[in-house]
Write a protein that binds this ligand. Structure first.
Ligand code: SF4
Length: 336
């Protein structure tokens, strides 16, 4: 199980695609260290294999107790990763301290292979150079590096070059975020269904020889595309983790959502144990049942391994179970 945990919404960057519409200062209502610690304890007792945690934001380094949180998480046996923003706070010393604390992986964003594109996207000049430095520092301190790339009409033409840069940096995973019109990205154009498909086919062709794992966010049809290119009808790409099925998001106030891009709270960890919310809330239960999907996703033979992006369906229609408009697949045509 994978849990992304937004420790704060505070962030010094002004990224144009920001899901969280991050703000300059911390919200006084954020979960306290004691709140966090109690939930971490609960998570460490879940099943034989406790979840992998990714601490994100905003910028998690805005929290002065971040080191304590990481140490607590690691000491409870939780596999711990950090997704920081690249700001002057992210120094080599900070990264080295995370490594000493036992942090497993760090993700760094690269939205283009050169300064102009990346810095324009991130809103602050110099962020590209600082990102390369931070990425190298992560690898030098022995942690796994993940490169995150936003995919939208602006970044799409340079995807191949960005992937090559991720290879050069020694990334172990390249995660591509297919932009959804939510948060600050509401006004950012997203890729058409056809361009999304084209991007996914290109990515799927990279999989066999890529030096890193390639994963997508908000484009679960990547599994359908991979399957169609490999051996139609037989998904062999490993365990499927998706919204409500092995994946959850906790926001800075303690709300539990299926995904950071899907602003629907199923409960709050201040009021109920995480496991109870994940297991019993009507929202999570609905997402675990592909039989409740509507439109093309509901009729699709890939609904078990894909199911469409629930966040995009919700952003586009207000219905969390509607079909994913970024997928051009016609299940009826495929059957014919
Ligand atoms: S129609 Fe829906 S379930 Fe089928 S591949 Fe497309 S997004 Fe996935």
């Amino acid at each position: 199980m994978l849990i992304t945990w937004e420790l704060t919404r505070a962030c010094a960057l002004r990224c144009r695609h920001c899901r969280a519409a991050a703000i300059p200062n911390r919200n006084p209502g954020e979960l306290s260290f004691d709140d966090l610690s109690r939930v971490l304890e609960e998570l460490s007792t879940l099943r034989a294999h406790p979840p992998l945690l990714i601490f994100t934001g905003g910028d998690p380094t805005e929290r002065s107790d971040l080191m304590r949180i990481l140490e607590r998480s690691v000491s409870l046996g939780l596999t711990t990763a950090v997704a920081p923003s690249v700001t002057p706070r992210l120094t080599d010393e900070v990264i080295a301290a995370w490594s000493r604390a036992g942090v497993h992986a760090v993700s760094i964003s690269l939205d283009g292979p050169a300064p102009e594109a990346h810095d324009r996207f991130r809103g602050i000049p110099g962020t590209f150079a600082a990102s390369l430095k931070a990425a190298r520092s992560v690898v030098a301190h022995g942690m796994q590096l993940q490169i995150n790339t936003s995919v939208c009409p602006e970044t799409y033409p340079t995807l191949a070059a960005t992937g090559a840069l991720a290879r050069e940096l020694g990334a172990r995973r390249w995660e591509l975020f297919f932009v959804i019109g939510t948060g600050r990205a509401r006004d950012l154009p997203s890729l058409s269904a056809e361009s999304t498909e084209e991007a996914l086919v290109w990515l799927a062709r990279q999989v066999p020889t890529a030096p890193y794992r390639i994963t997508t966010v908000a484009a679960p049809q990547f599994r359908r595309v991979r399957d169609q290119l490999a051996a139609p009808g037989t998904w062999t790409g490993g365990p499927v983790i998706k919204e409500g099925r092995g994946f959850a998001f906790i926001d800075h106030l303690g709300n539990v959502a299926p995904n950071g891009l899907l602003p629907l709270a199923a409960g709050n960890v201040r009021e109920r144990p995480f496991a109870e919310i994940y297991r019993d809330s009507p929202l999570f239960r609905a997402l675990r049942d592909p039989g409740r999907l509507r439109g093309r996703c509901g009729r699709c033979s890939y609904r078990e391994v894909c199911g469409g992006s629930r966040a995009r369906a919700y952003a586009a229609t207000g219905d969390v179970l509607a079909e994913d408009p970024a997928c051009p697949f016609r299940p009826e045509g495929a059957a014919a």
